[in-house]
Design a binder for this molecule. Structure first.
Ligand SMILES: [Zn+2]
Ligand SMILES: [Zn+2]
Ligand SMILES: [Zn+2]
Length: 278
């Protein structure tokens, strides 16, 4: 399974849109991996995770081919993960599709709450089911897409955004994509114990980096606590790979400054364009 990180920032981006802070200034000067766009990821060139405002930039920078992608998973409805207005661009007139594309709608999977802005744009812009199809999924109930088994778990994040984290399995390898979330909810731990998946790769929210974030997001300490607990309940072991993702300038570090800290703790640091073979 191939995971490609297209964007790795929290809502503001790094450097942040309107910010003069030292981290943003250092990131702008250094460039390269220190520049982060809003979070989005791609699995095996088939499954897109989230639709941030920087999706178009990812199309341009990474050759992300949206014409070929018919599966989109939404983590939650915060605008840095779901810029629903963009879905109108799939409508006839905005997109000129070859014959037959109508048989393949963009299938979107989201919680009922995260689906609200998607439903709104579908209704307002009269997008038909052959163009964009919304599938509401429920916590802890696995579903199938593109031959992958995907399980939503409840995230510890703004309830109003209907947040899920997802495990994605191709039958051989399993990824846990955990953004945005704080330290996992008790019901998610209980579900993990019951469903009992084994994760080959775990991508964890590290918005706060050095700061002690535990509620809506995490820092390195909470990421360590999640790793310990996942190992304790048998969902991970010494062969599991760990990666920090979803960074804010408020976490006080650029990519370059974060790498040695992550190495000490046995974590990778995601950057825009990073590809991992799971
Ligand atoms: Zn976010
Ligand atoms: Zn800043
Ligand atoms: Zn969020």
């Amino acid at each position: 399974m191939k995971l490609k990180y297209l964007g790795t920032a929290a809502a503001e981006g790094v450097p942040a849109l309107f910010c003069f802070c030292p981290v943003c200034r250092r990131a702008a000067e250094l460039g390269g991996r220190n520049i982060r766009t809003r979070s989005q990821a791609l699995i095996d060139d088939k499954i897109l995770i989230d639709l941030p405002p920087d999706t178009y930039m990812h199309v341009l920078n990474y050759g992300l081919d949206l014409k070929e992608i018919t599966t989109l998973i939404i983590t939650h409805s915060h605008a840095d993960h779901l810029y629903a207005t963009e879905l109108e661009m799939r409508n006839p007139g905005f997109a000129h599709a070859p014959e037959g594309i109508g048989e393949k709608p963009l299938n979107i999977f989201a919680s009922k709450i995260a689906g609200v802005p998607i439903r709104r744009i579908i209704e307002e812009e009269e997008i038909d089911e052959n163009t964009v199809k919304l599938n509401c999924v429920e916590a802890f109930k696995p579903f199938e897409a593109e031959g992958y088994v995907i399980t939503p778990y409840k995230a510890s994040h703004a309830k109003i955004a209907g947040p899920f984290i997802y495990s994605i399995s191709d039958g051989k390898k399993t990824l846990l994509y955990a953004h945005d979330t704080g330290y996992f909810l008790e019901e998610t731990w209980e579900a993990l114990k019951k469903i009992n998946p084994y994760f080959d790769f775990v991508s964890l929210d590290c918005t706060g980096m050095l700061l002690n974030y535990t509620g809506n997001h995490m820092g390195i300490d909470a990421c360590n606590d999640v790793r310990e607990k996942l190992i304790e309940i048998g969902c991970a072991d010494e062969n599991t790979k760990w990666c920090y993702q979803h960074f804010s300038h408020n976490g006080l570090l650029t990519y370059d400054e974060m790498v040695p800290i992550a190495q000490e703790r046995g974590f990778l640091v995601a950057y825009d364009g990073m590809e991992v073979e799971i």
